[in-house]
Design a protein around this ligand. Structure first.
Ligand code: SF4
Length: 208
């Protein structure tokens, strides 16, 4: 029968299957000073959070934000884009179809959220009128940083067939900064997915 002491004992380096990565040992990193690796199992939650913050801070200080943290944020952000769940005009039908079973945009980690505070991507999918402009700006300002905008279709890009109408904004970039434009009247769901993948590429290359 295994005794409690035997169950909690840290294995000797030669017995550990993980070798140098065993708990309580130093984590070796190529051409970098060793980072202290805490024994997580021995910490309670209240102790774990300060220890984790300290370990993360030292990692940032030693290896620099640009080389370690930024790529991690970019990787997480581009694989979990949360577009605002809304629709403005006929392009919104294509937007909705893109999340159905046939095109299944959620396989890219793109999940619509109904609150702007939980969204980081605004897909402007229709004609923007001056009447709705201030609502659009309010929603954009309520979204979480970092945030992105895709102008989907000719109306959002430049006013489309209604460009000269007194009531239509000739391009949503007059109101908010646009990262990706998708042409078409309406663009098909495949074009929307292509625009999302283009945005993911922009986020991958983001430096700041
Ligand atoms: S671009 Fe065409 S399909 Fe899209 S909202 Fe404008 S008129 Fe409708």
């Amino acid at each position: 029968m295994t005794t409690p002491a035997a169950r909690t004992a840290t294995p000797a380096p030669s017995e550990s299957p993980a070798g140098d990565l065993a708990l309580g040992k130093e984590l070796p990193m190529a051409d970098q000073p060793a980072v202290p690796f805490v024994e997580i199992e021995t910490l309670r939650v209240k102790e774990f959070i300060p220890a984790a913050k300290e370990a993360l801070s030292s990692l940032v200080a030693e290896q620099g934000q640009a080389r370690v943290i930024r790529p991690v944020f970019n990787w997480a952000g581009r694989n979990s884009l949360f577009p605002l769940h809304w629709g403005l005009a006929c392009c919104a039908i294509e937007f909705a179809a893109g999340f159905g079973a046939r095109w299944d945009a959620e396989r890219f980690g793109v999940v619509p959220r109904s609150s702007p505070r939980q969204a980081d991507l605004m897909i402007v999918n229709g004609t923007v009128t001056w009447k709705v402009a201030h609502k659009l700006i309010t929603l954009y300002e309520q979204m979480a940083e970092p945030k992105w905008v895709i102008a989907m279709g000719n109306c959002a890009t430049g006013g489309g067939p209604f460009r000269t109408a007194y009531s239509v904004v000739p391009g949503v970039d007059k109101l908010v900064p646009v990262d990706v434009y998708i042409a078409g009247c309406p663009p098909r769901p495949e074009a929307m997915l292509d625009g999302i993948l283009k945005l993911e590429q922009l986020i991958r290359e983001r430096k700041e």
